[in-house]
Design a protein around this ligand. Structure first.
Ligand code: NAD
Ligand code: MG
Length: 354
């Protein structure tokens, strides 16, 4: 029996994880949390808001599924990694922000870090057991979001509702906006660098409108291994929770005979600067990725509240990144400080940009 703590149980990932846990006799939900919605009785240990490490201390799970949104997921990520407890990670923001600190904890304690994000789960499966020197590069796919094919001028007046209309995935509001700006793929690029120890020039993001191929790994002999399936998060959730046994899930295989075409195109970095900004922040290293994430969270929240236009998101992030020092964080306190600095910088830019 695997004892699962589900953080963010009321969210998009959380609800799908509940379905997977309920259907699997080998999985037991011992703890659940939400940000603000009541969840009494969902699990033996529950918590609404507050410090999630307290819940984890009480529950002592075998697996932490971190499906909290944003930097708020960081303490739980570190709690698991610092104890060698298996971490099934949907909360990419915490890995982007903590980077080397998170990896050092994993190194020290030897716990499993199993990605739940579909692209990372796919990459993990294509890369598992390969010799690093045989890997040429990793390709992460992006649907391109609702504004694929548009030019900058056409995005000036887009509404929150238009940005929330994602073509292939049904997700929480923050990641849906991130998918419209391509910040989501920026965060995934940085997270992939940390997860798979790949230099940034070896990780590429390609637009693939149907989200059928989730990731692809090129090897030095010219061969590629790709991971395909319908865009359904229950597959990577199930994979991470039942690793390494890969249990059955309710998801059907692709209907190949029904006609399957695979299209790819290069992302438009001028129209969607969040992707290039992520690469730059990642390459600069230190706390630049943390600042990228923090400024993005502030800008996305402002856009969702109609206090910032869509194009203002990237403007705020770019200018916030220009105003922080990006110095590496030696510990969690310094990281929290870097996050707060970037939030302050982004907050004071909101008015200037809007
Ligand atoms: P969501 O907004 O639907 O759910 C977020 C959950 O976190 C909710 O249960 C909410 O109550 C909780 N929460 C929010 N703020 C909190 C806080 N400050 N403290 C504690 N709990 C808090 O989001 P989602 O779409 O399920 O995404 C969750 C995470 O998974 C994000 O990091 C996202 O990038 C990642 N992810 C999601 C998908 C998807 O399909 N939804 C795919 C890949 C990765
Ligand atoms: Mg993803």
């Amino acid at each position: 029996m695997k004892r699962v703590a589900l953080l963010g149980a009321t969210g998009s990932i959380g609800r799908q994880a509940l379905e997977i846990v309920a259907a699997h006799p080998g999985l037991e939900l011992v703890a659940a949390s939400s940000g603000s919605q009541p969840i009494d009785g969902l699990a033996p240990h529950t918590q609404v808001g507050g410090d999630l490490t307290e819940l984890l201390e009480r529950a002592q799970p075998d697996v932490v599924l971190n499906a909290v949104v944003g930097f708020a997921g960081l303490p739980a990520t570190l709690w698991a990694l610092e104890r060698g407890v298996t971490l099934a990670l949907a909360n990419k923001e915490s890995l982007v922000a903590a980077g080397e600190l998170a990896l050092a904890a994993r190194e020290r304690e030897g716990g499993l870090l199993l990605p739940v994000d579909s692209e990372h789960s796919a990459a993990f499966q294509c890369l598992e057991g390969r010799q690093p020197e045989t890997v040429r590069s990793l390709v992460l796919t992006a649907s391109g979001g609702p504004f694929r094919g548009r030019v900058r001028a056409e995005l000036e007046h887009v509404t929150v509702q238009e940005a929330l209309a994602h073509p292939t995935w049904r997700m929480g509001p923050k990641i849906t906006i991130d998918s419209a700006t391509l910040a989501n793929q920026g965060l995934e690029l940085i997270a992939a660098h940390f997860l798979f120890s790949l230099a940034y020039e070896r990780v590429e993001v390609v637009v693939h409108p149907t989200s059928t191929v989730h990731a692809l790994v090129w090897f030095r002999d010219g061969a590629a291994l790709a991971h395909l399936g319908y865009p359904d998060m229950r597959v990577p959730i199930s994979y991470a929770l039942t690793y390494p046994e890969r249990s059955a899930s309710p998801v059907e295989p692709l209907d190949l005979a029904g006609g399957l075409t695979l299209e790819f195109e290069a992302p438009d970095l001028d129209t969607f600067p969040m992707l290039a900004l992520a690469r730059e922040a990642g390459e600069r290293g230190g706390t630049y990725p943390c600042a990228y994430n923090a400024a993005n969270e502030i800008a996305v929240a402002a856009f969702l509240e109609e206090r910032l236009p869509f194009l203002g998101i990237a403007d705020v992030v770019e200018r916030a990144l220009g105003s922080v020092d990006g110095a590496p964080a030696g510990d969690l306190d310094e990281l929290v400080e870097a996050d707060a600095d970037a939030r302050r910088a982004a907050g004071s830019l909101l008015k200037a940009v809007a």
